[in-house]
Design a protein around this ligand. Structure first.
Ligand SMILES: [Zn+2]
Length: 380
């Protein structure tokens, strides 16, 4: 009796040790995939998230607000798929609900990647239920889950219903937000994300005539320290210096400006339109509406539109100045603006799109600013 109990205890310990070993391996795999997708340009900064199913009831997921380059296995959180409870003090990604419904819907799912990748996100802002396009000479169809605010049950429900409707789909677009890619292992999920990006870009090129590279192309940037403006480029022209001075005067809350002259941002800076958010991250980081100055035939081509809580200032035919409390913030704004401009150009050329409602943009913008100031307080 005693011997069999001892054997059982030993067996349990062995099982627990094996389980924790495989947990460690899975955590390392999540980090490896995060870096891989980061290198491929499909995941940037802290945006998006990755998860891996470890048993019937639990999955591991990346934490909220930590860069992929800085992730360590201890930061990966174990979440209960049924009630979304989690172990430890690190906050799991706010999109855990979406992952949970995917594991419920797809019993063979072992690995999930959620990205804010550029072309798929832009194609997903056109208001389509599905995107029919080509991938390696095959006709394919990418399902688009209807829009709902990020982190909500409604968004998870929309993803779940879309997976139910498209039973064969391994990937989908969450409208105005990003993608969800499901695999029976990590390689399959990564492959799906790559495929969606190429296919979405094919769609944008064919149907919207937008063959636009993405990224930030820096012009004249600066920072303000102790009341002094320091320019990254020594011979910054006076006309540009006047713009920086005006921005710092009207926005005393910011201390960094990144001048973005990427192809998409330059194109937008030649048009007089009000840019309303087509993507969640635009509403969160940039603002609820951005004004682009009128062209030379209009009346206010020279006037800069500098507003509180709008972190982008367009200048006619000169790209846009992206504002932040730190260099990091201003760079984030520049990246999100570039994507937002591609979405806007695609929408204009396609002829229709689904713009986010003012109310949703307000909510997201406020929520983001609150969350950000809390995070900044913690790091002080
Ligand atoms: Zn997201």
């Amino acid at each position: 009796m005693v011997r069999s109990e001892n054997n059982q205890i030993r067996g349990n310990r062995r099982n627990m040790a094996m389980k924790s070993n495989s947990m460690q391996t899975e955590k390392e795999e999540i980090i490896r995939v995060g870096r891989l997708l980061h290198d491929k340009g499909l995941l940037v900064r802290t945006w998006g998230n990755i998860s891996s199913r470890i048993d019937e009831k639990h999955f591991l997921i990346t934490p909220s607000g930590i860069r992929y380059e800085d992730l360590t296995p201890e930061m990966i959180v174990c979440v209960n798929a049924e009630d979304l409870s989690y172990e430890g003090s690190i906050l799991p990604s706010s999109e855990k609900m979406v992952h949970a419904v995917c594991y419920q819907r797809r019993k063979d799912a072992r690995f999930i990647v959620h990205t804010h990748q550029v072309y798929a996100s832009c194609a997903g802002a056109l208001g389509l239920h599905e995107i029919s396009t080509e991938y390696e000479e095959d006709e394919i169809c990418i399902p688009c889950a209807p829009y709902a605010l990020p982190g909500t049950q409604k968004l998870a429900d929309h993803v779940s219903e879309t997976l139910q409707r498209y039973k064969q789909a391994r990937g989908l677009i969450m409208s105005n937000h990003g993608t969800v890619c499901i695999g029976s292992n990590s390689a399959e999920a990564v492959q799906e994300a790559v495929k969606l990006e190429i296919a979405a870009n094919n769609f944008l090129m064919d149907r919207c005539n937008t063959d636009i590279r993405h990224g930030v192309c820096e012009g004249y940037s600066s920072r303000k320290t102790n009341g002094q403006i320091i320019y990254d480029i020594e011979d910054t022209p006076d006309r540009v210096k006047r713009i920086h001075e005006e921005i710092y005067t009207k926005r005393p809350d910011i201390s960094h400006i990144v001048h973005n002259k990427s192809e998409a941002v330059m194109l937008m800076s030649r048009r007089a339109v009000h840019m309303k958010p087509l993507l969640d991250d635009f509403a969160q980081l940039i603002g609820t509406e951005v004004t682009v100055p009128l062209n030379v035939h209009g009346h206010d081509g020279d006037r800069l539109h500098i507003r509180k809580n709008v972190n982008v200032v367009f200048n006619l035919n000169d790209g846009a100045y992206c504002l932040g409390k730190s260099r990091d913030d201003a760079e984030a704004v520049a990246i999100v603006l570039d994507k937002g401009c591609i979405a806007q150009i695609a929408a204009t050329r396609y002829g229709e799109a689904h713009f986010l409602s003012w109310m949703d943009c307000m909510k997201m913008n406020r929520h983001y600013r609150k969350k950000y100031s809390k995070l900044a307080e913690q790091h002080e």
